[in-house]
Ligand binder design. Structure first.
Ligand code: FAD
Length: 466
């Protein structure tokens, strides 16, 4: 009998645990993707990531065709759609990779119950991280709350091996004659801008480029946004266009031939993969980080009304060149460099005193790599409220951050065309004469020093019992 493979955020054929197991079951495989309706309405979704998802699915569908399979698209509530498909296809088993998010886990519970009711075997796999959250625990058996000991433990664990994908995947013959409504997934408007290429093949090209040219200088250059020296694989990991096992195996292979700074550079990169898994573990063990500050002490902080300043931040019109460059890169490409994510997030929370949850939501609406766990972790880190967060009194100064990380102003000029002819010196300090530094470019909307003092006062007052 046929079996169903339910694609969720694993849009690839290579090294896909559940798909490999489905193919090994021997019968024909019915691959399905179910587009859920809530995505259209939720304040965490937006057209850029959705567009990337659709293009990646189109690429997957083409690759499945070439192997003799056929990707079925459905739209609606996952459990109901799976029930229909399991009945229509007469499948004996359902295979899928687990979703690390609380929403995905909730659906999985219902799907397991459905399989039991229908008498269909249910085969969930852990695929999205190298180590499941419960594999990396403290000596006392509890979850970590701080990154360094977590990462030491994580680095010491043996890593799972990558496996190639199946060579063929036949869709059952009778399925092609069934009236399967294969829905159009292009439900959102096509976004404007310069978006990263989608699909498994593009992701493999990015990974190869990382290993061949970028990884040995990653340690030195990763904090300089103008250098574009980071891997750019975040959206690929988000949608499972490459497996994390493959990424790790390629890094480990590169490590064998590396010496000196190249070696430490690869180690630095691998540590970033551990950050990703740390935040998944935090979300798994403390799912209410999505509703609250991780550190109870910081719950109930008084935030300002968002208003015009929030709009200026979103559009990149704050008069702080590095902040505006980051926000415009996000709007234009659906990506922002990590260093600038920290600067813009701290600016929103510490200079504009706006609730990090609003920033979290804006990022998720715009980021192609929008990942609930990492985004929440990054926002709470920047706000000073999270697991292993920057302490509240360590407030980055956007002007000195510019001097340090964009000393020539190249990143700023790339994203803020009004500043094309402004010398670097003027991009790293507030205008002294009270005049805009370029025509059409706003004056800074706040005074950093004054807002910094206000933040310190707010946090101190809150800490001392209000
Ligand atoms: P590289 O520097 O090449 O890193 C390699 C990979 O390691 C990344 O692709 C990513 O999977 C992981 N990684 C690197 N840094 C981090 C980190 N600090 N936390 C978790 N994982 C990390 N990352 C997301 O994938 N999705 C998000 O929605 C997201 N939101 C963020 C929001 C804020 C406020 C901050 C400060 C960071 C956020 N990050 C997020 C983490 C980080 O900025 C991105 O992973 C990184 O910029 C992606 O670019 P890259 O692939 O070139 O990274």
């Amino acid at each position: 009998p046929p079996v169903v493979h339910w694609f969720r955020r694993d849009f690839r054929l290579a090294d896909n645990r559940a798909l490999n197991a489905a193919a090994a079951a021997g019968g024909p495989v019915v691959p399905v993707y179910i587009l859920s309706d809530w995505k259209k309405r939720h304040h965490w979704t937006g057209p850029k990531r959705q567009h990337f998802l659709c293009l990646s699915l189109a690429s997957l569908s083409k690759d499945l065709d070439a192997m003799g399979g056929r990707l079925i698209f459905r739209q609606g509530e996952a459990v109901a759609e799976l029930e229909k498909l399991l009945r229509e296809s007469g499948a004996s088993a359902l295979y899928f990779n687990e979703d690390p998010d609380p929403f995905g886990k909730e659906v999985e519970k219902k799907v397991r119950a459905l399989c039991e009711r229908l008498g269909v075997e249910c085969h969930p796999f852990h695929d999205h991280t190298l180590h499941a959250p419960d594999e990396i625990l403290t000596g006392g058996g509890g979850p970590y709350r701080v990154f360094t000991p977590y990462s030491k433990n994580w680095l010491n664990q043996e890593k799972p091996q990558k496996k190639p994908g199946p060579k063929t995947l036949r869709t059952p013959h009778k399925l092609s004659s069934l009236p399967l409504p294969t829905v159009k997934v292009w439900s959102l408007d096509e976004p404007k801008g310069d978006l990263v290429a989608a699909g498994e093949h593009a992701a493999i090209t990015r990974l190869d480029r990382l290993i061949e040219t970028k990884i040995t200088s990653y340690g030195k250059q990763r904090d300089l946004p103008a250098d574009e020296a980071t891997s750019r694989i975040s959206q690929d990991l988000r949608f499972g266009l490459v497996s994390i096992r493959t990424v790790y195996a390629k890094c480990a292979e590169a490590m064998k031939h590396a010496r000196g700074t190249s070696r430490t550079s690869i180690e630095t990169f691998i540590k970033e993969l551990a950050w990703r898994e740390f935040y998944f573990a935090i979300l798994h063990h403390y799912p209410d980080v999505l509703d609250h500050e991780f550190t109870p002490q910081w719950r109930g902080l008084p935030w300002d009304e968002p208003g015009d300043r929030f709009e200026a931040w979103k559009k990149g019109h704050t008069g702080f060149p590095i902040v505006d460059a980051g926000m415009r890169q996000l709007l234009h490409t659906g990506f922002m460099h990590n260093r600038v994510r920290m600067i813009t997030a701290m600016f929103l929370t510490k200079d504009l005193h706006i609730d990090w949850k609003l920033g979290e939501s804006w990022f998720l609406q715009n980021l192609i790599d929008g990942e609930i766990a990492s985004n929440n972790g990054g926002w709470q880190w920047s706000a000073g409220t999270g697991a292993d967060a920057a302490p509240y009194f360590r407030i980055q100064n956007p002007w000195s951050q510019t001097k340090r990380y964009d000393p020539k102003g190249d990143y700023i000029r790339k994203w803020v065309p009004e500043l094309t002819h402004v010398p670097a010196q003027k991009l790293m300090q507030p205008p002294k004469d009270g005049q805009p530094i370029a025509e059409g470019y706003p004056l800074p909307i706040v005074d950093h020093q004054a807002e910094r003092n206000r933040t310190l006062a707010i946090f101190k007052k809150h800490k001392n019992g209000r």
